[in-house]
Write a protein that binds this ligand. Structure first.
Ligand SMILES: C[S@@+](CC[C@H](N)C(=O)[O-])C[C@H]1O[C@@H](n2cnc3c(N)ncnc32)[C@H](O)[C@@H]1O
Length: 230
């Protein structure tokens, strides 16, 4: 078994015979968060990062060119659920970074709060991402990346309101658009184009779009950047 770096800091490939899987170097030794396999290699634990459980892993596997989430990044994560993807982002940003993880379902948030007890760089926020002013006192300093996976019909508006509240020029955003939550009738491509168009009209620059098939049906990951005052 061997561990190989990727072009993204903090993201690795674990090679086992002829199988290659994405992984992150765990902030907490020997911790499995959602049942993923953990391997100890030399002085570190590596957690396999499932492309079926995490849309960010799926986007990387599908050829994402740029990942703004890096060592030391301050990330605002909207739609954290129980913390599956949040845990890998926590590994990537390390102790110098922070993940503010917003989730409004108290049931999912219970596991998220539990996860945050073992990882000091995760700040759980049990609140509605539609109301960013509710958590301005918790999110301190400027946010480098807003990551959003809420599967809601108004997800573009939710993203934009959070960017306007917490980000400055040069900040990044990633949104996992779920076509079927927005429009169950139109062709998925049309729904993606419409959503991306509305984000562009809001003043965001579209850097990259990645379709997540076959890992997630009817989903597209979009990378955006704040390049003008909003
Ligand atoms: C698809 S799941 C997220 C999975 C998670 N991002 C992961 O990869 O581990 C969507 C989550 O968004 C949450 N959600 C939906 N609308 C929300 C809102 N307005 N505010 C906060 N959380 C929301 C849901 O409760 C659900 O847990």
């Amino acid at each position: 078994m061997s561990v190989l770096p990727t072009s993204f800091g903090g993201v690795f490939k674990i090679k086992d015979k002829d199988r290659e899987s994405l992984a992150t170097r765990s902030l907490v030794k020997n911790q499995s968060v959602y049942g993923e396999k953990v391997f100890d290699i030399e002085d570190y634990s590596y957690r396999l990062w499932s492309t079926r459980r995490s849309k960010l892993a799926a986007a990387i596997k599908k050829g994402l060119h740029e990942l703004p989430i890096q060592l030391g990044s301050h990330v605002l994560y909207l739609g954290a659920a129980s913390g599956t993807t949040v845990s890998h982002i926590s590994d990537i940003v390390g102790e110098e970074g922070v993940v503010y993880a917003v989730e409004f379902s108290p049931i999912s948030a219970r596991d998220l709060v539990f996860l945050a007890e073992s990882r000091s760089n995760i700040i759980p926020i049990v609140d509605d991402a539609r109301r960013p002013t509710n958590y301005t006192s918790i999110v301190t300093g400027s946010i480098d990346v807003v990551y959003q996976d809420v599967a809601q019909p108004d997800q573009a508006r939710i993203l934009f309101d959070n960017i306007r509240t917490f980000c400055s020029l040069g900040a990044w955003a990633m949104i996992a658009i779920k076509a079927r939550s927005i429009d169950s009738v139109s062709e998925t491509r049309q729904v993606f184009d419409r959503e991306v168009g509305s984000l562009q009209e809001s003043g965001l620059d579209v850097i990259e779009r990645v379709n997540l098939t076959p890992y997630e049906r009817d989903h597209e990951m979009v990378l955006l950047r704040v390049t003008e005052d909003l």
